[in-house]
Write a protein of this length. Sequence first.
Length: 93
Amino acid sequence: MAELARQEKLRGPTMSGHIKALEALNLVRRDAPDPQDRRRSGLLLTDHGAAVLTEIRAPRRATSMAAGRCCTPPSSPSWSAPRCAGWRRTLPS
């Protein structure tokens, strides 16, 4: 947890609480402890967690694809670079 907390710029107890909440929702599960250091264990995405992640990413992917189509200059004179830039600013990052 300590390494994950450092990467996310959180305190250890805060990260631990987040992980416990994700476990309670069956989104992640702890992996077997590291044989070299039993204090360390990995986190694995559960099947349910993978399904939720796919569901969350789907609208984002569709929006990105739509922006790609919008920003590909069509033969129509209605396309413009500023219109494309506006679209890109509204996309979630």
